[in-house]
Ligand binder design. Structure first.
Ligand SMILES: Cc1cc2nc3c(=O)[nH]c(=O)nc-3n(C[C@H](O)[C@H](O)[C@H](O)COP(=O)(O)O)c2cc1C
Length: 160
């Protein structure tokens, strides 16, 4: 049976992680953007991985909407959320739970936090201000915001 990755990525971090997984995967794997996956039949997949970045302390709407719509199929197989975020190490599992726990049985899913990355030069003024504050609080360089946890990413890649 195949693994399936569904993902949402607004600033390419999750997309980059998914590309790395695709390059190294040795087991059968299907990959879709969650916004483009439509009514894919999930019954042929043994484990479903859902990747996304955190925005404003939440999972993207595309992810929660998909989980709500497909809760019956998702409940029947293990689901792992792999989450990028610049500063949500302490609260990521609460963020995932807030987004999906009303649709999925808590025993059937888990989540992995991978840190995040953001090129702030591509963001608007307001976001740049917010990011500068986050960077100050967390002692990282706002011009090169990259808090990704390479070891955890490598562990995730090895699962495929
Ligand atoms: C508008 C905006 C809001 C963000 N909000 C959060 C947040 O609440 N918590 C966090 O840890 N990271 C936050 N981030 C950082 C993103 O989660 C990080 O850049 C992540 O790597 C993005 O993943 P993606 O490019 O796959 O969407 C935010 C970034 C932007 C641009």
């Amino acid at each position: 049976m195949k693994n399936l990755i569904l993902y949402a990525s607004k600033n390419n971090t999750t997309e980059e992680t998914v590309s790395r997984i695709m390059t190294h995967a040795i087991h059968p794997l299907a990959i879709h953007k969650i916004s483009e996956v439509g009514d894919l039949d999930l019954s042929g997949y043994s484990h479903i991985y859902i990747g996304a970045g955190i925005y404003g302390g939440k999972l993207p709407n595309s992810v929660t909407t998909y989980v709500k719509k497909n809760k019956e199929s998702l409940c029947q197989r293990p689901v792992t959320f792999f989450i990028h975020g610049l500063d949500s190490q302490e609260i990521y599992s609460r963020i995932v739970n807030q987004g999906v726990s009303r649709y999925l049985d808590s025993q059937s899913y888990d989540s992995v936090y991978l840190g995040g990355k953001l090129d702030i030069s591509t963001q608007n003024f307001l976001i740049r201000m917010i990011l500068t504050e986050i960077a100050k609080k967390n002692h990282f360089d706002p011009n090169m915001a990259d808090t990704r946890k390479e070891e955890t990413i490598l562990e995730l890649i090895k699962r495929f």
